[in-house]
Design a protein around this ligand. Structure first.
Ligand code: 1CP
Length: 360
């Protein structure tokens, strides 16, 4: 494959020196972009995910319109529960809906650990189509839901915000929950391995709902799930592909998260980047963590807030600029442009020593 023209993101994942801080945004390919909405008027969401040419086109939109330093494949975390045998619908205004949520041992027994080439071939095709169109401009990030977050949707049946059914379930039926987690771990690990084989340059695990758990359940379900996926991936011998972990609402667990095997921790906006940096030392790189709400303010405020995040991390390598969660649908595109420009313009001064130490 052609070498990358812009590998700032991958260098930062490895904490290597860069001339500036790279930036991409979670949910950068999505509803705030008019070009996405135009396509979305013609096709429903899952059709977009399942049609490789369309998924590739949407993946490239933020790269071409905003000049971000990485692309993230347009897809969704719920493609895995679907491939395992559940019926998933994404309803306007309601979000994901699962027809018969998992509630019993028999429900778990019916689920399959899918061969990604058979059941998720359209995602692998979308990766190949995207790589072809990207022509090495920036790296492509693949992703999957982390086991606990997928378990939460699979048991709850929808995104309720507090996922109380799923949280009762892990208490009332811990053995069934463990058996379910086990299947999800293997499904996710196989899927991410297939994405890596198809050519993605990095993979991110989204544990959006980890912060709902008490310490015991967090340890047993969220952290153990993530650790096992990462172990399976590393055992496959692709240490060159960075693994990023977005675990939301778990700032109190920074040290433990740094020991999961992830190369990069993606922080939500409640974390203090400076403190997190002290806590993790040189074990992992950090990604984040501007509050997505800041992008609803005026462009000058957006620029100010971006400078604050850069200053919070401070000088040196190992920071990837991102939001603390996904771009909100009502975000003005102009503000996202201002954010990207600000990070590109203001970040080189934090990399002066990096430059002095190398031939950059
Ligand atoms: O057009 C539409 O109506 C569909 C909206 C939409 C979009 C654009 C959904 C349904 N998913 C996506 C894309 C998506 N989802 C991406 C694409 C790549 C990118 O980041 O640009 C990614 C990485 C996801 C991941 C995802 N889906 C997560 C983890 C990240 C996060 O935001 O926390 C979660 C929790 C989901 C579930 C999901 N899918 C869709 C919605 C609206 C939701 C959230 C619903 C809820 O709150 O439970």
């Amino acid at each position: 494959m052609k070498p990358l023209e812009n590998d700032l993101f991958l260098k930062a994942c490895r904490r290597e020196p860069t001339e500036r801080t790279p930036i991409w945004l979670m949910r950068q390919a999505g509803r705030y972009l008019p070009s996405y909405q135009t396509l979305r008027q013609r096709y429903d969401f899952l059709t977009l995910c399942r049609t490789p040419e369309l998924a590739a086109e949407i993946t490239l939109q933020p790269v071409e319109q905003l000049d971000v330093d990485a692309a993230i494949l347009f897809s969704d975390i719920l493609v895995v529960p679907e491939a395992m045998g559940l019926t998933v619908r994404i309803e306007d205004g309601l979000g994901p809906q699962i027809e018969h949520p998992v509630r019993t041992a028999a429900d778990v027994a019916r689920l399959v650990i899918p061969d990604p080439h058979e059941k998720l071939g359209y995602v692998l095709e979308a990766i190949r189509a995207t790589l072809e169109r990207l022509r090495g401009r920036v790296p492509l990030i693949g992703f999957a839901g982390a086991p606990w977050t997928l378990l939460a949707y699979m048991v709850e049946g929808s995104g309720t915000g507090d996922f109380r059914r799923a949280r009762v379930f892990v208490r009332e039926a811990p053995d069934v929950a463990r058996a379910l987690l086990e299947k999800i771990v293997h499904a996710v690990a196989r899927f991410l391995r297939a994405q890596i084989e198809a050519g993605v340059h990095a993979v991110q695990l989204f544990d959006t709902w980890a912060g709902l758990l008490d310490p015991d359940s967090l340890t047993e379900f969220a952290l153990a799930g993530v650790r096992r996926v990462i172990r399976e991936l590393k055992a496959a011998g692709r240490d060159d592909v960075p693994i990023l972990l977005f675990s939301r609402g778990t700032a109190a667990w920074m040290e433990t998260l740094a020991e999961t095997g992830a190369d990069v921790l993606s922080l939500d906006w409640t974390c203090d980047l400076a403190r997190a940096r002290r806590q993790v030392g040189d074990r992992v790189a950090l990604q984040g963590n501007l509050d997505p709400i800041a992008l609803l303010a005026s462009p000058d405020i957006v620029a100010r807030e971006a400078r604050r995040v850069l200053a919070r991390f401070g000088p040196g390598s190992g920071h990837i600029f991102n939001l603390g969660h996904g771009v909100l649908p009502e975000t003005p595109v102009e503000n996202v442009r201002r954010l990207v420009d600000t990070v590109k313009r203001e970040s080189p001064k934090y990399h002066v020593e990096d430059r002095a130490g190398t031939d950059l």
